[in-house]
Design a protein around this ligand. Structure first.
Ligand SMILES: [Zn+2]
Length: 242
């Protein structure tokens, strides 16, 4: 590489780093305070004074630094913030020591967020399906960032890339029950869960899954194929005020 192109590459690298730094600053120095206000529905709304979820806690982490710092997509309503954190607190003692991952939420001010159709008013949260291998939590595929959204599972919940890895339905059910309990104690409830239609029977077949089914928490009953296929590596939850 010539001196000139080396010089050019250094400037490009510097520009990229400055861009990343400037974009991330908005999240790094964000201060949660006051109460949020969601305006309009999940598919055509916005949010004022949103709260930024922590990047990580004792038993949970956000799934992607790119999504969190650069895109700024981990914002929620202040009451959803309290709910999610309380839900994870409940899971600390009930979920076999599972470490959970939060996926995309909303932009700081809400509004449309490609490719999601909803996630517009700070009350939608995507949660990563916990995975297991030989009875233990398997975290390798939890660390692939935004590519996680591209994983596919068969009708039994086994990962197409590696059939020994499958969805941990029991802890997934416990997690949803914990989020519902936390939501209720904060004056909210789970309005809707979107999870792949074919996988729901497996979820409801586990001990906590049975409890989940009895709880009456609403699961989407039918979905367009394109939407259905996306909701196996994660499940989508819309929270709503009571
Ligand atoms: Zn979603």
């Amino acid at each position: 590489m010539g001196i000139k192109s080396q010089w050019f590459m250094q400037w490009v690298l510097l520009a990229v780093l400055v861009f990343i730094g400037a974009k991330s600053t908005s999240q790094i120095f964000y201060n949660n305070k006051g109460t949020s206000e969601s305006i309009g529905p999940v598919n055509n709304g916005k949010i004022q004074n949103s709260y930024l979820l922590p990047y990580s806690g004792k038993n949970y982490r956000y799934f992607s630094p790119f999504s969190y710092y650069l895109l700024g997509r981990a914002y929620v309503h202040s009451t959803v913030y309290a709910t999610v954190l309380d839900g994870y607190k409940i899971c600390e003692s009930r979920c076999d020591g599972t470490t959970f991952r939060v996926m995309e939420c909303s932009n700081k001010k809400g509004g449309s967020m490609f490719p999601h159709r909803t996630h517009q008013n700070g009350t939608s949260v995507d949660f990563m399906t916990p995975l297991m291998k030989k009875g233990n939590q398997h975290k390798f595929f939890d660390r692939i960032g935004i590519f996680r959204y591209a994983l596919n599972f068969d009708k039994d919940g086994e990962l197409n890339l590696n059939k020994k890895v499958s969805i941990d339905y029991e802890n997934m059910a416990r997690h949803i029950l914990a989020m519902e309990e936390a939501a209720r104690s904060n004056g909210m409830y789970i309005k809707k869960v979107i999870f792949k239609i074919d996988l729901k029977d497996n979820l409801f077949a586990t001990a906590s899954g049975k409890q989940l089914q009895r709880s009456g928490i609403y699961f989407a009953q039918s979905l367009p194929k394109s939407i259905d296929n996306l909701h196996d590596d994660h499940y989508h939850i819309d929270f709503e005020f009571l």
